[in-house]
Design a protein around this ligand. Structure first.
Ligand SMILES: [Zn+2]
Length: 184
């Protein structure tokens, strides 16, 4: 049987290998080696290094895939926000539903407060000058109607917020994965 005279690419120790052997361990340093033939020359390569190269390559591919997924998630979310009318202004990030909800709650509070003041003011004028009581109740009904309309909008933002939270959760998860992959 033909034997090859090789050198360990890790420590340089001479090695004898069967011609059909593709892998062997160095008897001197113990590293796992691959037997490579190129242009009639035979040499060895450390298997661990190959594995490290493959790992690095796989990490890069994973990182690209995760980044693509994050970009896709952002695009999806932006289109959801646009459909609801709370899309980004001038290419920025979509408005956070938390802010939308806070704005709507503030609007209800303001309208109710204004209504109460108007109701009270008209009541005082009515007492002093005999102004029609109908105006008073007209103001009150208008305030109640507007407040109800805003409350319905507020309710609709509930599902928007849920979608937003799910999206943010997935995004955080992907960012963590990306960090881990890059740390490899
Ligand atoms: Zn060796």
């Amino acid at each position: 049987m033909e034997t090859l005279s090789l050198r360990c690419s890790n420590c340089g120790a001479p090695l004898q290998a069967d011609a059909s052997a593709r892998q062997l361990s160095c008897g001197h340093c113990g590293v796992r080696l691959r037997v490579v033939g190129q242009g009639g020359e035979w040499f060895t390569e450390v298997l661990e290094e190959l594995r490290a190269d493959q790992r690095a390559l796989r990490s890069q591919v994973d990182a690209i895939r995760i980044q693509r997924e994050i970009a896709q998630l952002d695009r999806q979310w932006e289109s959801v926000a646009r459909r609801r009318g709370w899309g980004s202004r001038r290419g920025g990030a979509p408005m956070s539903p938390v802010r939308v909800r806070k704005g709507l709650q503030l609007a209800i509070a303001l309208i109710v407060a204004l209504g109460v003041v108007a109701f009270w003011l008209i009541g005082r004028r009515a007492g002093a000058h005999g102004v029609d009581e109908q105006a008073r109740w007209g103001v009150l009904s208008a305030v109640v109607l507007v407040a109800i309309a805003i409350a319905f909008t507020l309710r609709a933002t509930g599902s928007y917020q849920k979608a937003y939270e799910l999206c943010q959760q997935r995004r955080r998860h992907l960012l963590q994965l990306l960090e881990r992959v890059r740390g490899d």
